[in-house]
Write a protein of this length. Structure first.
Length: 94
């Protein structure tokens, strides 16, 4: 007798902190989307007090629904704090 195991669909959260580098961010987001078609995931971007060009690009990604969440630090707080902010957002949305 064979039993089928239930298929559990895990959701992955991809946290991307960014500071003044929209070209790198664009490549990163496009790569995630291109290479994650069969995966249940969310993209969270934390803008760490970036310049207007990067802020505008982040807003456009969110409006186009290419990312799921956009968080902002009003001033640069650094990589670790930005990553921790993204992790807190994951925990708060469960």
């Amino acid at each position: 007798m064979k039993f089928a195991l239930p298929r559990i669909l895990l959701k992955f959260s991809i946290i991307i902190p960014v500071y003044n580098n929209f070209e790198l961010l664009q490549n990163c987001v496009e790569s995630v989307i291109k290479n994650s078609k069969k995966t249940n995931y969310e993209i969270i971007i934390i803008d760490d007090g970036s310049d207007i060009e990067t802020k505008s690009f982040c807003e456009e990604l969110f409006k186009q629904k290419k990312i799921d969440k956009l968080l902002r630090n009003s001033i640069s707080k650094g990589f670790s704090i930005s990553c921790n902010l993204g992790i807190k957002e994951i925990n708060n949305s469960d």
